[in-house]
Design a protein around this ligand. Structure first.
Ligand code: ADP
Ligand code: TRP
Length: 321
């Protein structure tokens, strides 16, 4: 059983990334083989500054290690350290109908948000499929937003196996965690770097506290009961507070007499405490950046071995060898 997931190094890791991708990945590294990579080729579709890309890759590596990725248990590597993925992406492109990509929401969404409509952005789901299939992955933990890309990946497996023979590629499965499938951002939309509504995992205390206090709320007066439906504060609190504290906050919403400022303060405290051990670990890693380089190099070497084996099988099946 092999688990694989990729994280885009496109800015500061946030609470949505943690609960939607990092935490499930860290839990899954305990079961079977785990392959985790930093999707730097993907990031090139939106990050055009080379220095920024490089810095983001490093930050993401440190963040993921600080959040519990254990390189003794999981392979951790940079996508571009296994360039074989491009060849598989090309082979997949040859079986991929245009319509399959035209139906993908993320392309349209990203263009609508102002990301330039490059060929790479359009073909992105094919590269993502190659990321997954290059390692014969079985399980792919992702957030809800990546569900469609997993469906594309599964479609492509069907097409490759039909054209080149059963068993050419392994059919993967998406693991979408219920409840945390969509962590809300400060404004109630899905938390995302591209919506500028994130609560980062790391940073200094003052600005982070300000960020929590910025969460959008309605204008229900202090004394009145507050809605528990679709409350960003409650949804985030649930992820980071104990069950008892969460139940108490729900009860206080229903009772009235507590203002949103009070709820935000409780959320802030839960958040700050929840990520405290990760912050400590991050500081230690930052003091030894050579460690990060060694982890990524060792991960890439092993991942590449697997990749070359799978690619050789596909090349033969496709008539390239
Ligand atoms: P962003 O939307 O901020 O650019 P990414 O697209 O880089 O985040 O996402 C990295 C990983 O984190 C993906 O697996 C994605 O599904 C997951 N993820 C991102 N935002 C959320 C969220 N708000 N809730 C749950 N998972 C999320
Ligand atoms: N597309 C994913 C995202 O934006 C990142 C990613 C790239 C990925 N390749 C992947 C995730 C392969 C899982 C498997 O979040």
């Amino acid at each position: 059983m092999r688990t694989l997931t990729g994280l885009q190094p496109s800015g500061k890791a946030h609470v949505g990334n943690y609960f939607g991708a990092m935490q499930p990945a860290v839990q899954l590294q305990e079961e079977g083989d785990a392959y985790y990579f930093i999707a730097d080729y993907h990031a090139m579709t939106s990050t055009h500054d080379p220095a920024e890309l490089k810095a983001n890759v490093r930050e993401m590596a440190i963040d993921f290690l600080a959040c519990g990725l254990n390189p003794e248990k999981a392979l951790f590597f940079r996508q571009s350290d296994v360039p074989e993925v491009n060849e598989l992406a090309w082979i997949l492109s040859t079986v991929c109908p245009m319509g399959l990509l035209e139906r993908c929401h993320s392309y349209k969404d990203k263009v609508a948000k102002g990301i330039s409509a490059s060929h790479a952005l359009f073909a992105y789901p094919v590269l993502m499929a190659a990321d997954i299939l290059l390692y014969d992955s079985n399980k792919v933990p992702v957030g809800d937003d990546q569900k469609q890309h997993l469906e594309v990946t599964r479609d492509l497996v069907g097409k490759v196996n039909e054209r080149f023979g059963e068993g050419t590629l392994v059919l993967p499965e998406a693991i979408i965690r219920e409840g945390v499938a969509k962590v809300p951002g400060l404004d109630g939309q899905k938390m995302s770097k591209s919506y500028n509504n994130t609560l980062p995992i790391f940073g200094s205390e003052k600005p982070l506290r300000k960020t929590v206090m910025k969460i959008l709320t309605d204008s229900t007066p202090v004394e009145e009961p507050k809605s528990t439906e679709g409350s960003v504060i409650l949804d985030l609190y649930k992820l980071m507070a104990s069950e008892g504290d969460y139940a108490a906050m729900v009860a206080d919403h229903q009772a009235g007499g507590f203002g949103y400022g009070d709820f935000k303060k409780r959320l802030w405290e839960a958040y700050w405490e929840y990520f405290a051990p990760f912050r400590e670990k991050r500081e230690a890693i930052e003091g030894d950046l050579g460690y990060v380089d060694r982890v990524l190099a060792a991960g890439a070497e092993k991942a590449r071995e697997t990749a070359q084996g799978v690619l050789e099988r596909v090349r033969k099946a496709a008539g390239l060898r």
